[in-house]
Structure formats: structure tokens, C-alpha cells
Design a protein around this ligand. Structure first.
Ligand code: SAH
Length: 354
């Protein structure tokens, strides 16, 4: 058992089963034993690789899309450039390098990073030292300095979800309890939930749906800021328009395993319910667009060709493979989706209003 498994088992023995969301929050965020609080999980030596770590093109195109949105809004000065869960700071470093030539953009920006992990904050401070980023614990703490231009890649999939199995016109919540002193899934009694009533129309007996209160609260805060101050938010993640099915998963050393196997030592995620995010935000949102389509619209193939000219041998092979990995429907091109929140000036380039 991991140290966190022992702590959770003792707690459950005393106070009873916990929800999947409570379990996920403890595994990812426990101050001493949480997955994100104790390590840098990214990259070849870590547990998973993200789009900005695969190729510099991802961050470059995000940067140019946000800069274009800034230009379309008449170059507001100052404005807040923010990232939620910036990982190693790679995406933002690439975005800022790509936008150096956009006159006035860097001078007007107040860079703010929302990050919980101490090891990752240290990596971000190093990668972005020349831009003097402000660190925030939560989205509510973002500086109030004009319109907001925000990006969040593979952030919402780390926020806790609850799971409900449909049983007639009610739902049985999936819980984490104990069986023979070990952590085990169990189902709570059938209950009706007001927030799940609309899902009776598009699900059947035995279906699972997931809800993320933390994601909805965040979407509401970001959307309220955009409604009030203007700007755009770009969110990219594994997910779909509407939650359906059990997508709660654990990855450790690039391998999938049971989410209960190594609490605190595996990355836990669930697919993002983009429709729920759009519904929670008090501002306009875009349609949910496959990442490959979005990157093609932003010109990734031209950028890939330009970069390829300077490469040969293994470096060229790696670059070609990275382009394919980001865009091809069999790789990240279709499973990953992109959605924006935006003000009256409309969605950032590559996306359409819903
Ligand atoms: N965006 C990066 C990293 C993705 S991993 C990339 O694409 O490479 C998820 C990131 O979100 C990590 O930086 C993690 O520490 C951070 N994170 C997870 N939950 C968080 C929370 N509740 N608040 C702030 N940051 C969080």
C-alpha cells in the first residue's frame, strides 16, 4: 500500500466511503503525498507527455492565436496573459517567443500562472524567468489588469469528478470504500439528483455520467471575468461535448492501471465535459473542435514545413512524427478538443461561436 492508501483506508474505516471526487482530490493534491504536489510528472522520464512537450509548434500557435485575439480587440494595455496548470512552462515559453514580433504585446501583458505544484512552479519560474510571471493559487487571485487572455491545456482533466450509474430514473454514485481492508469501488443507494434530471433524456439504464463541480466553478469564474473585462480563454483537453461513460483513469510510467492501485503515485484524469463548461460560463463559448482541425486552421502544416527545412536525420524524423502525433485523427488530433470562451468580439482564430 502507498502511504496515501493507508491514510485513506484509515479515514474510510472511521467515516465511511468517499466519493470518486474526494478520492481524486486526495490523490492529486494531498499536501504531503499528492501526485502533483510532490513531483514533476511530465516528459519521457515522467508518466505522460503533453502537446507542448511534443513540439514547440503547439505553444507557438497558441501564442499567435491569443496575440491575434488581442489585436482584434484593439491592443488593450494592460491585459492579463494567464495560464492554468502550466506544467514545465514550455507552452508559455514557446507562445512568448513566437509573439516577440507582435508590437506592444509583451509590454502590455501582465503574465500570471495558476499552479498548485511546488516542483512545477519552480520549473515554470526557470523557463519564464525573463518575463517575471506572478504565481496565483487560484483563478480568483488572477490580477485585475484589463481583459483576460487565458490558456489551459490538459488542466481541466485533472480536476475531480463524481461518477453516477443510472438505475431507473435515479442514479447510484460510485464510491471508494474498503473490501478486506483494501480500497475498493462500491455503489451508493439509488438517489435522484436535480442536476442529473436533464441527463435522463439522453442516457439509458446502466450508463455512467460524470460531473465536475470544481471544473464548473472554474469555468464560471473565468467566464465571469471575460464577461466583465473582455478577452478570450482557450481550453484544450481530452474530452467531448457531453459526458457519457466511465473515463476515470490512472497512468503511471506511461502505462494505464487501476485508479485504486497506487494512490498519490499515478496520474488520475477524467475526460472533460466541454458542454458543462460552456453551460457554467456566463459568457459566449465556441463549438468543441478537434485539436487536429484547429491546428490545421492555424497553419501548423506551413509551420512544420518551415521548421523541417532546418532539420536532417533523426531530428527531422522526430519533428515529422511530432506533427503527426499532434494532428492525426488516430493520435491526438481527434480525441483532444479545443473550445474557447470569448467576449462580443468573437472566438479566437480557428474556432467558431456555438
Ligand atoms: N499544461 C501543461 C501541464 C498539464 S498537467 C502541459 O500541457 O504540459 C496539469 C497541470 O495542472 C500541472 O501543472 C498541475 O500541477 C496543474 N494543476 C492540476 N490541478 C490544479 C489545480 N487544482 N490548481 C492549479 N493547478 C493545478
Amino acid at each position: 500500500m502507498t502511504p496515501l492508501a493507508e491514510i485513506l483506508a484509515r479515514q474510510i474505516a472511521v467515516t465511511g466511503p468517499i466519493t470518486v471526487a474526494e478520492y481524486m482530490a486526495a490523490c492529486l493534491m494531498h499536501p504531503q503525498h499528492g501526485y502533483y504536489t510532490t513531483r514533476d510528472p511530465l516528459g519521457a522520464a515522467g508518466d505522460f507527455v503533453t502537446a507542448p512537450e511534443i513540439s514547440q509548434m503547439f505553444g507557438e500557435l497558441v501564442g499567435l492565436a491569443l496575440a491575434q485575439a488581442w489585436l482584434e480587440r484593439g491592443r488593450p494595455d494592460p491585459f492579463v496573459l494567464a495560464e492554468l496548470g502550466p506544467g514545465r512552462g514550455t507552452l508559455m515559453a514557446d507562445a512568448l517567443r513566437a509573439t516577440r514580433g507582435v508590437r506592444g504585446f509583451h509590454d502590455a501583458m501582465r503574465l500570471a500562472l495558476v499552479e498548485v505544484s511546488a516542483p512545477l512552479r519552480a520549473a515554470q519560474a526557470l523557463a519564464l524567468a525573463e518575463y517575471a510571471p506572478a504565481f496565483c493559487d487560484t483563478v480568483d487571485a488572477l490580477p485585475d489588469a484589463g481583459p483576460l487572455f487565458l490558456v489551459a491545456n490538459e488542466f481541466f482533466d485533472a480536476l475531480p469528478v463524481r461518477q453516477f450509474l443510472r438505475d431507473g430514473d435515479g442514479w447510484r454514485e460510485r464510491m471508494v470504500g474498503l473490501r478486506d481492508d483494501a480500497l475498493a469501488f462500491a455503489l451508493a443507494q439509488t438517489t435522484r439528483y436535480a442536476e442529473l434530471e436533464p441527463r435522463l433524456a439522453d442516457t439509458q439504464d446502466g450508463d455512467t455520467v460524470e460531473t465536475s463541480g470544481a471544473s464548473r466553478a472554474l469555468a464560471e469564474t473565468v467566464g465571469a471575468r471575460i464577461a466583465e473585462r473582455g478577452g478570450v480563454a482557450l481550453m484544450s483537453d481530452y474530452g467531448q461535448e457531453t459526458s457519457l461513460g466511465d473515463t476515470f483513469q490512472a497512468v503511471r510510467d506511461h502505462e494505464k492501471e487501476s485508479p485504486l492501485a497506487h494512490p498519490g503515485q499515478a496520474d488520475l484524469t477524467a475526460h472533460v465535459d466541454f458542454g458543462a463548461l460552456a453551460g457554467a460560463a456566463p459568457c459566449a463559448a465556441s463549438t468543441v473542435t478537434p485539436q487536429g482541425v484547429w491546428l490545421e486552421r492555424l497553419g501548423i502544416t506551413d509551420r512544420a514545413r518551415a521548421l523541417a527545412r532546418g532539420l536532417a536525420g533523426e531530428a527531422l524524423d522526430t519533428h515529422v512524427a511530432a506533427h503527426r502525433r499532434l494532428t492525426h485523427p488516430d493520435e491526438m488530433g481527434h480525441l483532444f478538443k479545443v473550445m474557447s470562451f470569448h467576449d462580443e468580439a468573437g472566438p479566437p482564430p480557428g474556432l467558431e461561436a456555438r
